[in-house]
Design a protein around this ligand. Structure first.
Ligand code: DQA
Length: 145
C-alpha cells in the first residue's frame, strides 16, 4: 500500500507562521512524523509533497493515479477556494482523507467551506500535526477493509 501526503500553500512555513495557531514544529518535523507513522502502520511507501501552487497540486493529484493507493491532503487555503483540487480528487477517485492542523470549524467564516473535503471520506481538524498520523491511520484502515 502506498500513500501520498499533499500539503498546500504556506505549510512549508510551519514553525514560523502563526505559531499560536499552527504550533512551533517545523515542516521537516511534519515530514518525519508522516514517514514514521506510515512505516508503523505498514504502508510500503509514502511521499510527502508540498506546493504553494494550485496547478501543481492538481498535477500531483493526477499523477497519483496508478501510483498511490490513498491520499492524505491538507490543501491549506485552497481548501476554501479550489474547485480544481476538488475536481482532481474526484477525477482520480483515490480514497482521500482531509486534514487540518487547526480547528477550522471554530475560525473565520470563510474557513467553514471545504471544497476538497467533498471528495474525502474523512476529515480531521484541530489535532495539530498528530492529525496527519490519525489521517494515515484512517486511510490504512479504509484500504485494508
Ligand atoms: C489549514 C487551515 C486553513 O484555513 C489555512 O488556510 C491553512 C492551514 C490548517 O491546517 O489548519 O493554511 O489548512
Amino acid at each position: 500500500m502506498k500513500a501520498l501526503v499533499i500539503n498546500g500553500p504556506n505549510l512549508n512555513m510551519l514553525g514560523i507562521r502563526e505559531p499560536d495557531i499552527y504550533g512551533r514544529e517545523t515542516y521537516e518535523t511534519l515530514v518525519t512524523l508522516c514517514k514514521d507513522a506510515a512505516a508503523d502502520l505498514g504502508f510500503e511507501a509514502i511521499e510527502v509533497y508540498q506546493s504553494n501552487h494550485e496547478g501543481d497540486i492538481v498535477d500531483k493529484i493526477q499523477s497519483a493515479l496508478g501510483a498511490y493507493d490513498g491520499i492524505v491532503i491538507n490543501p491549506a487555503a485552497y481548501t476554501h477556494t479550489s474547485v480544481a483540487i476538488l475536481d482532481a480528487l474526484k477525477a482520480v477517485a483515490i480514497p482521500a482523507v482531509e486534514v487540518h492542523i487547526s480547528a477550522v470549524e471554530t475560525r473565520e467564516s470563510f474557513r467553514q467551506v471545504s471544497y476538497a473535503g467533498m471528495a474525502c471520506f474523512a476529515t480531521i481538524t484541530g489535532e495539530g500535526l498528530a492529525g496527519y498520523a490519525h489521517a494515515l491511520e484512517l486511510l490504512y484502515a479504509k484500504l485494508s477493509a
